[in-house]
Design a protein around this ligand. Structure first.
Ligand SMILES: [Ca+2]
Ligand SMILES: [Ca+2]
Ligand SMILES: [Ca+2]
Ligand SMILES: [Ca+2]
Length: 208
């Protein structure tokens, strides 16, 4: 076996076990020609809908609102909830509107990308079983882009519900997307194949 071949095999094996960079779920609408993950949830009310995350192959997302008259709404500028609450912004999250979602794999949230996140607004992220995380304007890492970076990536297990809503004293906040990384599957299969490759390499180099 050539050295190049051994290098290629080791590189492939390394790629399997090394973490990948964070991916981004686009919630804002992309228009008819380029649908986003958000577009797939257009019009979903309080019954769970499940769709593939278009930007991250292999990952599925389920989402719903918590009221039959509140519907998820993807638009070209932002993603929000359309409801019958008087004075609400149909393209954004207003107080009283809640989105629940979960993924079919363990994920680590790294970034939330908002829209119209003005001073005085407060967006709340609540992972089932944990204290709510309140995000205020001064916590944003980019005020121009309305982005929030988690100081430490937030791990959420497969099937665990995340709730998005705004605090009672907040103005409307829209969402553009979610930055996250899928946690690699258990390494059992990879370890078995690595062991096989190692044995092969050892046998070749020992001349047998
Ligand atoms: Ca829409
Ligand atoms: Ca709204
Ligand atoms: Ca933004
Ligand atoms: Ca606002």
């Amino acid at each position: 076996m050539s050295l190049q071949r051994v290098s290629a095999i080791i590189f492939c094996a390394w790629s399997l076990v090394s973490p990948s960079f964070a991916d981004f779920i686009v919630l804002m609408g992309g228009g008819s020609g380029s649908p986003t993950t958000g577009d797939q949830f257009e019009g979903v009310a309080n019954e769970w809908a499940t769709h593939p995350v278009l930007e991250i192959p292999g990952l599925q997302m389920s989402a719903r609102t918590t009221d039959a008259t509140h519907t998820l709404n993807a638009n070209k500028d932002e993603f929000g909830i359309n409801s019958d609450i008087v004075g609400e912004n149909y393209e954004a999250f207003d107080y009283g509107e809640v989105m629940e979602l979960y993924f079919d794999k363990d994920v680590e949230l790294s970034l939330l990308d908002f829209n119209r996140f003005e001073s005085g607004d407060c967006f709340v992220l609540e992972v089932e079983g944990s204290d709510p995380l309140e995000i205020e304007n001064q916590n944003l890492s980019s005020g121009i882009n309305d982005t929030y970076n988690f100081a430490k990536a937030l791990r959420v297990s497969a099937g665990t519900t995340i709730r998005f809503y705004v605090r009672s004293d907040s103005g409307a906040v829209g969402m553009d997307g979610i930055g996250l990384q899928v946690v690699p599957e258990p390494m059992a299969a990879t370890l078995i194949s690595l062991t096989g490759i190692s044995l092969l390499v050892v046998r070749r180099f020992s001349g047998r």
